[in-house]
Ligand binder design. Structure first.
Ligand code: NAD
Length: 458
């Protein structure tokens, strides 16, 4: 078993910090402590729990520059995007501030007649939040902030690629008044994640890959506790022939595909374009991607930094090789960039088809395939030809036309004239291999409680 996590800077490949991994006995102690702490935390008035989360948000904002640098150093995310994420994730706190009381308070159903009925929303208990590195603020806040407000205790396991950020969450939650026996950041990699599955916990909330998600759901199934999975996607975007501004559509599509180096669960992963505008769209798209500034993610003007994980370079290389062998036309990139750091050139293929890996399996990097279609029906068929079900997008001037396509998508989220977007006001959920359950919205608030029905004869 590994005793330390080495935090490597993806821009250099160098080890920046070494952090001890939690031991098995420390983990057992933490579980006992948090199980007890949760009982007291659940009795703290909801408004007081909420106030701690609001104070946490203010501390995060007050320290955003330092936090952004920590995130950029460990994940390679360009500094402006790290700041965007930190500031943007505050909308989860605002969502809780304005909605938690409404959705967590008890509901009186009948107060007349012989038998009165009401519903009380009780916390689950001690839950595990096993998290990902690509948007640790967004995906972390979706789970541990909502869980804490609902009165749960949380064992938060950050990804081994975002450990520094996870430790900061713990520090500022404690400073904001969350008791130390209610939240614990558990430092470790997959092995520690695996140990969490063996513990007597009351819920598992996971963000990460399909493979790990499936393993977690299977392993903990016998406990019959809530399991939520937010997994990967192969999100399609269809550009219809009636769009008014082709250049604008290309810029927006490229940003959806390449923001955070394509390492977003809802990044645009494949593009279908009507044959009537295909050439114009592809030229505008290639021109836009070619204009991106690549380099040191600490620099303000950099849009494409290194990938977070060195291993993903091999995945991208394999998809490139496969696409070339099957006849796709390489328009940009297709290779690693530097001999230090995990850089991959933004890569655009056209004339792709579904025999190619890059149209079927998550790339999770700066790589996109574009395919020509001759009708909406063909686009619908191809968009649906996937084992994933996270998001799907249509760019069209005609709302009715777009709606007719989006209604047919078996995905948790659909977009008209936008893409790669998450809002706390609506549920975030994946279907098929993209996940189970919802975070955010009223559903996401209620995900961390269990209803108790009262039948009362006064
Ligand atoms: P991953 O599955 O490799 O790891 C995720 C977490 O699981 C990490 O904390 C890891 O240590 C832990 N883990 C690994 N093996 C484990 C095991 N056997 N038992 C318990 N825990 C284990 O995923 P990743 O590379 O960190 O994240 C990238 C993936 O996450 C992509 O597929 C992406 O699409 C997906 N993602 C989805 C969403 C969403 O909201 N749907 C958001 C962000 C990322």
């Amino acid at each position: 078993m590994q005793n330390n996590i080495e935090i490597r800077n993806p821009a250099t490949g160098e080890v920046d910090a070494v952090i001890p991994v939690i031991t098995a006995s420390e983990l057992d102690t933490a579980v006992a402590l948090l199980k007890k702490g949760q009982l007291s935390w659940a009795k703290v008035p909801l408004q007081q729990r909420l106030d701690c989360i609001i104070a946490f948000g203010q501390l995060i904002l007050a320290n955003k520059q330092e936090l952004a640098e920590i995130l950029t150093k460990e994940t390679g995310k360009p500094i402006t995007q790290s700041l965007n994420e930190i500031v943007g994730a505050q909308n989860r706190i605002e969502h809780l501030r304005t909605n938690a009381v409404k959705w967590l308070s008890e509901e009186l159903i009948t107060t007349t007649g012989a038998t009165h009925e009401k519903i009380v929303y009780e916390p689950l208990g001690l839950i595990a939040n096993i998290s990902a590195w690509n948007f640790p603020y967004n995906v972390g806040f979706n789970v541990f902030l909502y869980a804490l407000v609902a009165g749960n205790a949380v064992l938060y396991k950050p990804s081994e690629f975002a450990t520094g950020t996870g430790i900061q969450f713990e520090k500022y939650l404690y400073q904001a008044g969350i008791p130390q026996d209610v939240f614990k950041c558990v430092v470790g990699d997959a092995e520690i994640g695996q140990q969490l599955l063996e513990l007597p916990l009351d819920g598992y909330f996971f963000t990460g890959s399909y493979k790990t998600g499936l393993h977690i759901a299977t392993t903990v199934a016998h406990k019959l506790v809530p399991v939520q999975l937010e997994l990967g996607g192969k999100d399609p975007l269809y550009v219809a022939d009636d769009i008014v501004d082709i250049k604008k559509a290309a810029i927006s599509a490229a940003e959806g595909a390449f923001y955070n180096n394509g390492q977003s669960c809802c990044a645009v992963e494949r593009i279908y374009v009507s044959d009537k505008i295909y050439d114009q769209f592809v030229e505008a798209f290639v021109e836009e991607v070619a204009s991106y500034t690549i380099g040191d993610p600490m620099k303000q003007d950099v849009f494409i930094g290194p990938l977070t994980r060195a291993a993903q370079l091999t995945v991208l290389d394999a998809q490139v090789k496969d696409a070339l062998a099957k006849g796709a036309i390489l328009r940009l990139g297709g290779h690693t960039l530097e001999d230090t750091g995990y850089y991959y050139a933004p890569t655009v293929f056209e004339h792709c088809n579904h025999d190619m890996e890059l149209m079927r399996e998550e790339s999770f990097g700066p790589l996109i395939g574009i395919q020509k279609v001759t009708s909406d029906d063909e686009a619908i068929h191809l968009m649906q030809d996937t084992t994933y079900g996270l998001t799907a997008a249509v760019f069209s001037a005609d709302q009715d036309r777009a709606m007719a396509i989006l209604e047919k998508m078996n995905t948790g989220t659909v977009y008209w004239n936008c893409c790669d977007r998450v809002s706390p006001n609506v549920p975030w959920s994946g279907r098929k291999n993209s996940g189970l359950g919802s975070t955010l919205s009223a559903q996401g608030i209620r995900a961390f409680v269990q209803p108790k029905a009262y039948h009362l004869r006064p």
